[in-house]
Design a binder for this molecule. Structure first.
Ligand code: ADP
Length: 209
């Protein structure tokens, strides 16, 4: 693991939390909040900056035109998802606009932690060296792909095919585990057992030595 910047922890510990869709990452994020973490959710930031008058909207409107906007001026997520799946160049262009703004907003929100350990919930952390530099510990939530598909397909509006399409665009399990300081394998365990593993790790990382 990377050394902590400050062993006496006058600077808040920063943990990066990641996992594939349906891995249980959001469930773990809530456990960490219950442990006392200050959670910074990058998905929530992405949603907020693409609302009408959101930070990203002027650049998105300029790049993709009115066709990418909903009548209320927010980003048309369904349209953009279709474009991104159809053309890698669109994905690169979209990410080039969103990622710096998400990073900036995440740092601002982390500044409100009042000294508490910050957990950044970052779906694309394995893909992003920049994000890994911002954190001192990486926690990966892992499970079998069949379990991911099964969990996601239960969500309203989702199908197994849609789940597999998203998974195909995400980092592989091996890639994620390769950047981890700790991995929680969230398969064939109860929610209670999962929470218990999270609490053990929280204690270990917040009370080193
Ligand atoms: P992610 O944020 O990684 O997409 P979630 O945390 O939303 O995943 O979990 C996906 C679904 O699986 C949720 O309905 C959640 O309640 C359920 N889930 C997560 N972990 C477990 C578990 N250990 N046992 C049973 N259900 C689980």
């Amino acid at each position: 693991m990377a050394p902590l910047k400050n062993a006496t922890r006058t600077v808040a510990l920063r943990i990066g939390l990641t996992g594939g869709i349906g891995s249980g990452k959001s469930t773990v994020a809530q456990c960490l909040v219950e442990c006392g973490a200050h959670l910074v959710d990058t998905d929530a930031i992405a949603r907020s900056i693409t609302q009408p008058d959101g930070l990203a909207m002027p650049a998105l409107a300029a790049a993709f035109g009115g066709v990418a906007l909903m009548p209320d001026g927010s980003l048309d997520r369904v349209f953009m998802r279709q474009q991104v799946f159809a053309d890698i160049a669109v994905r690169i262009q979209l990410e080039a606009i969103l990622h710096p703004l998400i990073g900036q907003e995440a740092q601002r929100l982390a500044g409100q932690s009042a000294g508490r350990t910050v957990v950044f919930d970052v779906p694309l952390l394995a893909e992003s060296a920049r994000w890994r530099q911002r954190v001192q510990r990486v926690l990966v939530i892992d499970c079998d792909e069949a379990t991911q598909v099964q969990r996601v397909a239960q969500r309203p509006g989702w199908t197994e095919t849609a789940a597999r399409a998203v998974m195909a665009q995400q980092a592989t399990r091996a890639m994620r585990r390769g950047v981890a300081d700790a991995v929680i394998y969230n398969d064939h365990i109860t929610g209670v057992a999962l929470a218990s593993q999270v609490r053990v790790l929280w204690a270990l990382w917040n009370n080193p030595g």
